[in-house]
Ligand binder design. Structure first.
Ligand code: F6R
Length: 242
């Protein structure tokens, strides 16, 4: 594993954008696995700046996102499709039909997961997977569990996640209770993995995930078995690394 320590969030974002830019420049028809959450926002901003300067061309790129809330439409501002449009897709020349996010409106979980697995298979596999890290070690919506889930699956959100999301919705009924997520097997088959972490609140889980035992109770710990992982973090997030 390569570890790149930066002074702060801004430099972490620039460094992560460097790695994604290199991927897009060296393989213009690459498949990028993308994440939502607060950590990659600066990375996406930086990629948009580079696109605006004429340094990046996304016209050949395919993107496949990690996850989506079940029941949310692309127009819902809490959906991950909306997030991706807002932070990246609407600002660069990626072809909209080449951007994939699980279909939150597909009520049939088996169908939604099977068709996402098929999209991933037909893409030829992910060249570079961008990941954030949850405080409990989750990647995508792969939460701590007794076993690693390999392929796309439907997850029951924990009550704490449902409660935390409640503030974004008009009523409790509208708060998603389930989500679709790419599985650990798909993530592990990506050619390269880029993990971004920022802030002191991530320091303990960074240490546990990358220097502790490999266990499905800390889903990101499986990344210790991947042959090409780059961890980019600011000093605060990497402060407990031995
Ligand atoms: C997002 C995702 C999540 C986040 C994780 C960290 O698509 O899959 O696993 O990466 O929850 O989120 P932040 O970056 O908000 O700390």
């Amino acid at each position: 594993m390569r570890i790149i320590k930066t002074t702060d969030y801004e430099n972490m974002s620039r460094m992560a954008a460097n790695i994604i830019s290199a991927q897009v420049i060296l393989k213009p028809d690459c498949v990028l696995g993308l994440a939502t959450g607060s950590t990659p926002i600066g990375t996406y901003e930086e990629l948009v700046r580079r696109y605006d300067r004429g340094d990046l061309d996304f016209s050949g790129v395919t993107s496949i996102n990690l996850d989506e809330y079940k029941g949310l439409s692309p127009e819902n501002d809490q959906s991950y499709r909306y997030f991706m449009n807002e932070h990246l897709f609407s600002h660069v020349n990626i072809r909209p039909e080449k951007t994939y996010v699980p279909d939150g409106l597909e009520a049939d979980g088996e169908k939604a997961c099977a068709s996402y697995n098929e999209i991933i298979r037909q893409s030829g596999g992910i060249d570079l997977q961008l990941l954030g890290l949850g405080h409990n070690g989750h990647i995508g919506f792969n939460e701590p569990a007794d076993a690693f889930d390999k392929e796309t699956h439907c997850v029951d959100l924990t009550q704490s996640t449902i409660d935390a999301n409640a503030r974004f919705f008009a009523s409790m009924d509208e708060v998603p209770k389930q989500a679709y997520t790419m599985g650990i097997g798909t993530i592990m088959r990506a050619g390269k993995i880029l993990v971004v972490v920022s802030g002191a609140d991530k320091a303990q889980i960074v240490k546990d995930a990358f220097f502790g035992p490999v266990t499905p109770q800390v889903p990101a710990s499986i990344l210790q078995f991947h042959r090409d992982v780059t961890l980019v973090g600011d000093e605060a997030a990497l402060s407990l690394i031995p």
